[in-house]
Every structure is written in C-alpha cells, then in structure tokens.
Design a protein around this ligand. Structure first.
Ligand SMILES: *[C@@H]1O[C@H](CO)[C@@H](O)[C@H](O)[C@H]1NC(C)=O
Ligand SMILES: *[C@@H]1O[C@H](CO)[C@@H](O)[C@H](O)[C@H]1NC(C)=O
Ligand SMILES: *[C@@H]1O[C@H](CO)[C@@H](O)[C@H](O)[C@H]1NC(C)=O
Ligand SMILES: *[C@@H]1O[C@H](CO)[C@@H](O)[C@H](O)[C@H]1NC(C)=O
Ligand SMILES: *[C@@H]1O[C@H](CO)[C@@H](O)[C@H](O)[C@H]1NC(C)=O
Ligand SMILES: *[C@@H]1O[C@H](CO)[C@@H](O)[C@H](O)[C@H]1NC(C)=O
Ligand SMILES: *[C@@H]1O[C@H](CO)[C@@H](O)[C@H](O)[C@H]1NC(C)=O
Ligand SMILES: [Zn+2]
Length: 917
C-alpha cells in the first residue's frame, strides 16, 4: 500500500528523477529562507475540479556554499520549465537550475544548480506549481456545507499545515526552526472572501480571469511554515469590540453566525488576559477565528487565523450543556499558542511539549480567569492527571522529550504525554517555584526567544535564573537537573512514606509506578527529583505548595532515601503533596492510611483540600490494584464517599471504580460490588435529586452525571424510573429531533438506562432516531444506547447490524457499538458466543480496516471479551498475524495486566467489600 502511494507521488512531482544520495530526515543546513512571496489562485466553481495554482518566490540566504537547493514538496505538480533562480545580492553572476530530483521518502524536491551558491549571497528561487484541493484534511484542502436556502453544497477551502503539511500546499523549507516572513496573495472569484494570517493590504482584479480578484495580505512577522494559513470561503462574520487591541473577528457559514456569539465574546477576553499575564502585546493588528465544517483536529493555532472544527467553535446554549466549556477550553488553548508556539517556537518536534504542554496549562488559567465560578483550574488539572496516569503507568509509555528520526512519525507525538504530562509538569514547577519566580522566568524566556526557536534547556535557564533571583530553590539546585528527570524519564514515581511513630520521623523512598507487578528492575531504574509539601492534622495548611522536602538523585542516577523529623505523634495523620501539585502517587504505612480514613469517615471533610481528597482516592485504588495496599484499606477509605458532595473526589473514584467494574461484572462478585456502590451513591443521589438546578456550575452538572451513572448501574429504582420517564417523554413528542427534554450532558446515561430497562417500543424508537439522524456524533450516541438492550432477539438484530458486510460500519461506529454491547452481562455473553462461532466473518471485517483504525477502534472492545490466559494467547496470535504496531503492544500489555489482576484480586476484592456492605 505504501509503495503504491510513493509511486503516485513521485509521478506527480513531474520530471525529477529519484535521488536518495541525501536521505537524512533533516534539511541541509547550508540554506535559510528569509521571505516567501506566495500567490495562490483557488478554483471553487466546479465541484468536479476543485484545484489551485501557485507561484512561490523564496528569498534564500546561503550559509555555506552548496550546489543544490533541497526543500520540501509533496503531491504538487511543479512546472519545471517556469523555474527560475536569480541572485539578488553579492557579486553578481549568472546561475541556473541544471537538474532536479525527488526523494519521496523524505518529501524532498532537490534542485541542482549550475554553479555553486556562495555563502552570504542571497538568491531568489521561483517555482510554479499546482494541485487538486486535498480531499483529506491536511495541506490545502476542500471542505463543504449544505446551504439551506439553495439546498446545495457550497465549497470552501482551508489549510492544516501542522506538523508537516505546508509542503503539500507550496514548496517550502518545512521545519519549525526555518522561520521566515510570508507575503500571501490569494486569487479567487469575487463572490468569496479570502483570509490569511495577516490583514488585507490591497485587492485588485485578476489580469485575465473575469470576476476573479487578487487579494494581497500584509507581510507577516517572522514565523514557522506550519503556522501559515489561508482560506477562501463565503462565510459571514461578527466583529468583537476590543479596546486598544487587535480587530477580533469570528467567521462561520452564514446561517451559523448566531452560534458564534459565545466564541466572539470569550476570545477577546482571554486574549486580553494573556497580554497582561505575559506583559507582551499580541503583535498582529487582527486575529480571526473561523469555524470550518471539516477539520482534522479540534483546532489549529495559526498566527492571526485560528481554525476550528465547526462543532468546537459553534455553540448554542442549552440547559445542562457543557459544550460551552469545551469551546472555551479550545479557544483558550489556541490563543495561548499565540505566545507559546507562534511567538516562541520549539526548535524541533522533540520539544513539542513546549508548545502543547504550555498551551494546555496556560489555557486552563485563561478559562479560569474568565469564568472563576467554574472551578476550572482544579477540575482540568485533575482530569489531565487522571487521564495521563492511565497511559504513563504502562511499561510501554515514553518520555515527554522524544527523539524523532523520520518526519512521518512526528504526528505520533501529539499525544497525552505531550499535552497532559507537559501541562502537569508545568503546574508542578509553578507550585515549587511559586507564582512570582515562575512568571518572571516565563517572561524572560518569552522575551529572549521571541520570533526565534527554543528548546527545553533554554526554558530551564530562564527559570533557574528566576529561582535564584527569588531564592526559591536551595542554592545548589538548578531547574535543568530537576526537570530533566521529569522530561527524560518515562513514567512517574510512587513515593513511600513510612512513619516511625515513636521517633516522630518518616522514611521517604521512590520508585517508578508501573501497573505490572513483576518489574522490580524497571521500577528501581529511574529516579526523579521530587518536590514534596506536606501538612499535618494539626496544621491543615494545604495552601502552601512550596516543597518542605526534596527527594534527590545521586550522580549515578540512583534515588537517595530521605528521613524527615518532627512529625506529630501516633494519633495524628500526615498528608503529602498539597493540592496534588507534584505528579506522583503517595503510599503511606497502614496506620497513617487508617488515621486519614478516620477523619474522612468521621471528622470534617474540610480538613482536606478537595484536590487531596481526589489524590487519596486515586492513589489508594491504584495501589490496591497493583497489590501494594490491601483492598480493605482501599475500600475503607473509599467508603467515606457516602459523605462526599464534591465533584473532584467523585471523579477520581469514578475512574478507579470503573477499572474494577469492567472485570467484576463478569465474576460472581458483581452483586456485592453493586451493593457497595449503592451504599456509596445513595446519599449523593438523594441530595442531588432535590438540589440540582438547571443552570448549576459545570462541576455540579458533571457530578450529577457521575452520580446518575452509578446510581442506575447499581439499580437505584428512582434513577431507573426517572430515566425511563424522561426518555418516554421524549418519545411522546411529535418532533423528536428538535425537541428533546433530556439534558444533553445526561443523554448518554439516560438513553442507555432507558434501553436497558425499557421495552421493544423503546428500542424501536431509538432505532428510528438512529436511521433518521444525519449528524454523526448524535447517530453514534443512539447506536451505543441500542446495544444496552436486554432482549435477546433485539440484541441478535443488533449484532447482525454491526457485522453486516453489505452495509459495513465505519470503525467509529463498529467500535462504539461493540463497546456498548459488551458492557452488559447479556450483551457480553451473546457477543462472545457470536465471535467464537463466526471467526471467519470477523476476519473479513478486520481486513476492511487498516492497522491504526484496528488498534484504536477495535482492539479494546474486542479484548474485553477475553477472560482467560488461553484466550489471551490465541487472541494475541490472531492479532499479530493481521497487524503489527506499537499501539498494539501497549494494548496487549494492558490486557495482560487485567488478566493477571483478575486472577490475583477478584476474590480479595470480594472479601474486602464484604466488610463494608
Ligand atoms: C545538497 O547540499 C548539501 C550541502 O552542501 C549536501 O549535504 C547534500 O548532500 C546535497 N544534496 C544532494 C542531493 O546532493
Ligand atoms: C548538470 O547535471 C549533470 C547531472 O545531474 C552533470 O553531469 C553536469 O555536470 C551538470 N552541469 C553543470 C554545469 O553543473
Ligand atoms: C456569484 O454570485 C452571484 C449573485 O449571487 C451569482 O449569480 C453567481 O452565480 C455567483 N457566481 C459564483 C461563481 O459563485
Ligand atoms: C535521543 O538522542 C540523543 C542524542 O542523539 C541521545 O543521547 C539519546 O540517548 C536519545 N534518546 C533516546 C530515547 O533514544
Ligand atoms: C513501597 O512499599 C511497597 C509496599 O510495602 C513495596 O512493595 C515497595 O517496594 C516500596 N517502594 C519503595 C520505593 O520503597
Ligand atoms: C487558603 O486559601 C483559601 C483561598 O485562597 C483561603 O480562603 C483560606 O483562608 C486559606 N487558608 C489558609 C489556612 O491560609
Ligand atoms: C427525588 O425527588 C422526587 C421529588 O422531586 C421524589 O418524589 C423522589 O422520592 C426523590 N427520590 C429520591 C431517591 O430521593
Ligand atoms: Zn495545541
């Protein structure tokens, strides 16, 4: 498959021959682009032939003598007869392009010059090219929407260049450190609007195409190629009023403009906040945000022209609808990039986390500033950490800083480690350096590297200087030593606190936290510099997050144990890591766990910061999962949830209990587990039943969603009845698509509960909604709900639907449907029987999907069916015969861990639960 693609690409490149003599994945360092003049003529009038033609003139500075110009170009047809090379400074001499070559593997287009290009001279290379507007979602591509007035598709164009797709739109030096300025000129039919990074300079008629115009934009600031953007569209916009700031516009298809109001109000506010926070003005005179119907990711931070997927930017307010929060989060993230990423850019993709970690962290501050009532900071930080732990606790995880040895693997780096761990370690630094020195260091860094590129070490230097200026680190510490342990090591530590109650001391030690239990080598191999704050039952001072003690590493990278003194006596608890600011799991000795549990179950919950309550729940459930705490201790602590009315601790519990639920459902102990859940959930369910209001804060709404999920799971009758009632109210409406009384945030859980406990008519109603719906996200939700039925005939129908080769499902549909099916006991057993009896059919289906789709979409749901080691072995063999990729290794590891866990723990869990029900 790959080889065929290469062939086509090589052909499209034109006359060049293949030349693999320079096969390094980085461009030669002999040339540097200074400026691009880019003209693009876009044809959108013929839907059968959506295409563009371009000319790029690149002003190139020669750093070392060379006889070739090597740059990136992919899927472009270059008209070589029109290529020109001109020397524009230095002692003049004629030059020309003698021959060209391509290296398809590295996306290189190589021009051999007639004479040597001489260092310090400047040349202008001009290339003429063309291509179809991409039908994928990267490079310069097409998108469309249905115009309701004309009932007809309207076509628009947009770009998505990060990380390596600018080369699909114009030939360029497509590496982040090769910054240059860009003069973009767009040609298009006058019915459309052209947008690019910069404001319009002038428009004039096209020389020969009637009704076409050329729109030239001002020269951009110096920036990386992946941040260039443009779009030709027939959208409308609203302009936000922003005093003394840039012109701030929000664009969308005309009939969606009313849904832009939230984005248009929120965007300028958060931009203002960043200007004050970093004390650096946003440097452009305009910024546009645009909602494009088809977009690869949520959004892209192009300087001055931020592009969003339509459903992310557009937002219509509904009761109990959290999409406002997602819109805000996305805008705050992309606008943070205008400083972290656009102004200061990582040198190479190895340090991607400098872009993404920062934008994630700073974006959270942005939302929190505009909506303090949302309690956004803690909520996002905890969500980030919990998600991160799921991946980073696997042996197969990887460090934040990753070597890249081929451009085509860069995209794999945009993962939880770059975003979530990047953000979590920044938050940790903020805590151990303190607000003042952290922001001082950041400002220094931003000013030093503005319009340039930086790597992690540059950030550490600025922060080390700041930390010494404000005296916040011990004199012999530097930020680089500390932080290298966090960005170069894989994983994160678990810290053991073993108190000696007689001498009032405690021993502290660390090792890597991994879910596999038989990995003692792996565990002791890594060492982190761990900043730890703590407080005691008497002090209860959770506000202070500056470390009272550091775990250190010696020269050979081994961890040095530490003893702390002056702790309280044997009847008072000690708690570490105020506000969960350091990325670690803490294990205490049993007595200290019991002291903590005692206050949680009988004392005042206010004795602990909310983040620390979540921390305790998370930790004790993880520790018992890997066998380093017993389940009695764990459930003893979790038992306090009967008193808990805050979202964050419930969120931590939700994740930990989900891990147990997923397998205990298939054991004889499920009844006991449900009784325990019922005990925990009943009080909060009853409380929320009467106090929740339709416009509560997001954390309350999300708490309600979690509560209903578990209340209905364990069979609280009121929960089931209400869900059915609400669902049937919807069913009775004549226009079910427009009027849906079920609150959006609760739809997933209410639908599935209603189908699980409802009748055939309930199922048929959902089935008809599914067939009528045209919006994919909504369709998926209906489809998932259908899988919860407990009617064997309906489930048979459902299985046939999923596995219908005539009308095959997409991966997303397949995966979600299967997931839903196996989450109830009846569905699980039917699916298992079906799969075992139809291996051929399954095989045929799997061949429809590529390895990645398989891995992401199908592996997990199918693997849920596996309950024994034998089944695991044959599944593994079956899988690897079909595909191989690194994601699969990760998933195999997870699955194997689950099986070990089932063997080891299900009986223990059942015994421990018995003590608390
Ligand atoms: C182009 O020039 C650079 C620098 O002189 C050299 O390293 C590289 O090998 C050349 N590429 C080709 C394809 O000859
Ligand atoms: C032009 O290129 C060919 C092969 O690529 C080479 O043999 C020839 O010497 C080159 N001519 C000049 C003037 O560099
Ligand atoms: C441009 O707009 C006019 C007026 O709405 C319309 O008649 C014409 O067909 C449009 N042309 C194109 C190419 O979209
Ligand atoms: C990454 O590259 C650096 C420098 O080439 C090397 O020292 C380091 O060991 C590499 N790291 C990994 C994880 O391969
Ligand atoms: C922490 O304690 C657990 C359980 O007592 C033990 O298995 C583990 O090895 C200890 N880890 C360290 C780093 O001391
Ligand atoms: C901790 O901070 C909160 C919020 O800033 C404040 O209300 C509280 O009084 C502080 N507590 C202590 C012990 O300083
Ligand atoms: C919930 O509230 C309703 C009244 O709004 C009441 O009838 C019902 O009994 C309550 N359910 C529970 C579980 O408290
Ligand atoms: Zn980002």
């Amino acid at each position: 498959m790959k080889w065929i693609l290469f062939f086509v690409a090589a052909f499209a490149q034109g006359l060049g021959s293949s030349d693999f003599s320079y096969d390094y994945y980085r461009l030669p360092t002999s040339l540097r682009p200074q400026k691009y003049h880019l003209s693009i003529l876009t044809h959108l009038d013929n839907p059968e032939d959506l295409r563009f033609e371009g000319t790029v003139k690149i002003i190139i500075e020669v750093l070392e003598n060379t006889k070739n110009i090597t740059l990136h170009s992919k899927s472009l047809t270059i008209e070589e007869s029109k290529t020109t090379l001109r020397q524009i400074s230095g002692e003049k001499s004629e030059n020309c392009v003698n021959s060209t070559a391509v290296n398809v593997d590295q996306d290189y287009y190589i021009l051999h010059t007639c004479r040597e290009l001489i260092a310090s001279n400047i040349y202008e290379l001009s290339l003429v090219f063309s291509a179809q507007l991409g039908s994928g979602l990267n490079g310069y591509y097409r998108s469309s929407y249905m115009c309701p007035q004309e009932n007809k598709l309207r076509w628009i164009s947009a770009t998505q260049f990060e990380p390596i797709y600018a080369r699909m739109a114009f030939p360029c030096f497509d590496e982040p450190a090769l910054k240059a300025s860009f003069v973009v000129t767009l040609g298009y039919h006058k019915n459309y609007t052209g947008l690019s990074n910069m404001p319009v300079k002038e428009t004039k008629p096209h020389d020969h195409l009637p009704d076409y115009i050329w729109c030239e934009f001002e020269e951009s600031l110096v920036m990386s190629t992946y941040l260039v953007a443009y779009s030709v569209n027939d959208f409308s916009h609203i302009t936000s009023s922003l005093k003394d700031g840039p012109v701030f516009r929000t664009w969308a298809r005309p009939n969606a403009i009313p849904q832009c109001r939230f984005a248009a109000t929120f965007g300028p506010k958060v931009l203002n906040f960043y200007e004050e926070l970093f004390q650096i003005k946003f440097p452009l005179t305009k910024i546009d945000q645009i909602a494009v119907p088809d977009f690869e990711t949520h959004a892209m931070e192009n300087w001055g022209l931020v592009i969003y997927k339509e459903n992310i930017l557009l937002h219509s307010y509904k009761n109990l609808d959290l999409s406002e929060r997602q819109t805000a989060n996305s805008i705050a993230h992309e606008l943070a990039h205008q400083w972290f990423g656009n102004l200061v850019t990582m040198k190479w993709w190895t340090d991607l986390w400098l872009n993404e970690g920062f934008a994630t962290f700073v974006g959270t501050l942005g939302v929190d500033h505009v909506y303090p009532k949302w309690h956004y900071k803690d909520m996002m930080h905890l969500t980030n950490i919990l998600l991160l732990f799921q991946y980073d606790s696997l042996e197969s995880s990887h460090p934040i800083s990753q070597n890249i040895t081929h451009a085509h693997t860069i995209k794999d780096n945009f993962d939880y480690i770059a975003y979530n761990k990047g953000s979590a370690v920044l938050r940790m630094m903020h805590a151990f350096l303190g607000e003042e020195s952290f922001t001082y260091g950041l400002k220094t860094y931003l000013n030093l590297y503005a319009y340039k590129n930086a790597e992690s070490d540059n950030l550490w230097e600025s922060l080390t200087q700041a930390s010494h200026k404000f005296g916040v680190l011990p004199g012999n510490y530097d930020v680089k030593t500390i932080m290298d342990s966090w960005i170069l090591n894989t994983g994160f530590p678990v810290v053991n606190i073993t108190r000696d109650y007689a001498s009032r001391t405690a021993n502290l030690s660390q090792e890597r936290f991994v879910l596999s239990t038989n990995q003692s080598d792996l565990k002791s191999k890594s060492c982190w510099w761990v900043p730890l704050s703590y407080t005691t039952q008497a002090d209860q001072d959770f506000n202070n997050t500056s470390p009272k003690v550091w775990l250190e590493c010696d020269e050979s990278g081994k961890s040095a144990p530490k003893t702390i003194k002056d702790l309280p006596g044997p009847d008072e608890w000690v708690i570490f890591n105020n506000q969960f600011s350091t990325l670690c799991i803490i294990n205490y000795d049993t007595q200290n766990w019991n002291l903590l549990t005692k206050t949680l179950t009988t004392g005042s919950l206010k004795s602990f910061h909310i983040m620390n309550r979540a921390h305790l729940i998370n930790d004790v459930l993880y520790l018992s999962w890997i066998g380093e705490q017993d389940y009695e201790t764990a459930f003893g602590l979790v038992d306090y949830l009967q008193r808990e009315i805050e979202y964050l601790p419930w969120k931590a519990a939700d994740e930990g209990l989900d891990r147990i639920k997923d397998f205990i459902n298939h054991t004889p102990y499920v009844g006991k587990f449900k009784s325990f859940i019922r005990k925990l959930t009943t009080p909060i369910y009853e409380k929320l039943n009467t106090t929740i209001s339709w416009n509560s804060n997001p954390d309350k709404i999300m708490l309600l969603a979690i509560t209903i999920k578990w209340a209905c799971y364990c069979g609280i009758e009121d929960c089931i009845e209400k869900s059915l009632l609400m669902y049937r109210r919807w069913r009775s409406y004549p226009f079910g698509d427009e009027f849906n009384p079920v609150p959006k945030t609760l739809r997933e859980i209410i639908y599935s509960t209603a189908i699980e406990h409802g009748n055939e008519e309930d199922w048929e109603f959902m089935w008809s909604r599914y067939q009528k719906s045209s919006e994919e996200a909504i369709q998926l939700r209906y489809l998932k709900a259908l899988g919860f039925s407990q009617d064997e005939l309906l489930l048979q129908r459902y299985l046939e639907l999923i596995f219908d080769l005539e009308k095959p499902f997409s991966v997303d549909h397949f995966s979600d449907a299967f997931h839903a099916l196996v989450s109830t006991q009846m569905g699980f057993e039917l699916a298992r029987k079906f799969i075992l009896n139809n291996v051929d059919l399954i095989y045929k289906h799997l061949q429809r999907f590529n390895a990645n789709a398989w891995a992401y979409g199908l592996f997990e749901p199918l693997s849920m069916l596996i309950l024994s080691q034998d089944e695991f072995n044959s599944f593994k063999e079956f899988y690897y015969q079909l595909f191989y990729n690194s994601f699969a290794d990760e998933m195999m590891e997870k699955l194997q861990l689950k099986l070990h866990f089932i063997e080891r723990s299900s009986y223990q869990i059942s015994e421990a639960i018995s003590k608390f029900i």
